[in-house]
Structure formats: C-alpha cells, structure tokens
Design a protein around this ligand. Structure first.
Ligand SMILES: [Zn+2]
Length: 165
C-alpha cells in the first residue's frame, strides 16, 4: 500500500472499520516516511471483478486505473486525492453488485455519475475524454441522458456555497 503523497511503502494502520456499505474495510493509515495520513478501502473478501472490453477481451478491474483517470480530470479543481480514492472505491462497490463481469461503459458511467456530484468541471472533462475512447452508441445515448438531466437540474452556480441571506 503506497503512500499517495511520497509513494513510500511503509505505513501503519491507525484505525480500521467497515465502510457504510458493509463489506469494504476502511483503513486510516499513517505514512512512516512523511507522516501524512490517508485512507484506503479494502475488500473484506476478494472476489474477482472483470471488465469486458470492446475487443472481447477481459481484464481484472483495476481501481487504481479509475483513480488515475479521475485524477487527470480533477487537475486544478478543488477535489482532494482522498475524494478520488473514495470515488474509485464507490465505483468498485457498485460494479461488484452488478456482477462478476462489467463492461468498460458501465465503469465509465459509474465514474461519471459519482463525479458529477463532486465537481461539474471534472465531470465534463472526464465525460469528453471518456467519450473519445468509446465508439459505442449505447454509451453516447447514456451520456446524453446524463447531460440532459444535468441541464434540467437548474443553474449550477447556485451551489457555490456563498449565499448571503
Ligand atoms: Zn508518505
């Protein structure tokens, strides 16, 4: 388990508890090198989750890959590394409920759904990048629906949190 700040491998667990959904263990860790703290989410029981790709191949779901993709989208946005890790963990949790095999589109859509709640700009960035990778019309239709919902949800600037009155 690498430290997200300095990449050191040595750390100690400060606190462990089950996450709200039940079968994910949330661990608070402290890096022994830089002494910063971070949170990891680990499966209580490791069942394999596979992602079916367009070319017919399958690969194990990689949460780090999801986190890396989201990491690019949040550049210069007020989103923390911990929020990204949480998002990736939630995506994995949702996908595991769907099933031992999910599609890349399902992965992307789960990310988009959660990212949308986190940050509008990051959401749009991820959506545009992700769309480029997909030739699938299904995905575009789904994305269209997501974007429609987004447009119908009122002005985004009302959420700036600086309301007076
Ligand atoms: Zn560290």
């Amino acid at each position: 388990m690498k430290c997200p700040f300095c990449r050191d491998l040595e750390n100690k667990v400060i606190d462990s508890r089950l996450a709200q959904e039940g079968d994910v263990i949330r661990r608070r860790r402290e890096c022994l090198e830089c002494h910063r703290r971070f949170t990891t989410y680990e499966r209580a029981e490791e069942t394999s989750l596979l992602v079916a790709k367009r070319d017919g191949g399958k690969e194990p779901f990689d949460r780090a890959k999801v986190a890396a993709g989201v990491g690019k989208a949040i550049k210069n946005r007020p989103v923390t590394e911990e929020q990204v890790q949480q998002l990736a963990a939630k995506v994995e949790e949702k996908l595991r409920r769907k099933g031992p095999v999910v599609t890349t589109q399902e992965v992307g859509l789960e990310v988009l759904t959660l990212l949308r709640k986190l940050d509008d700009v990051a959401y749009m960035r991820f959506a545009s990048v992700y769309k480029d990778f997909q030739e699938v019309t299904d995905f575009e239709r789904e994305l269209g629906l997501l974007l429609q919902k987004r447009d119908g949800s009122g002005p985004a600037k009302a959420r700036s949190g600086r309301r007076s009155g």
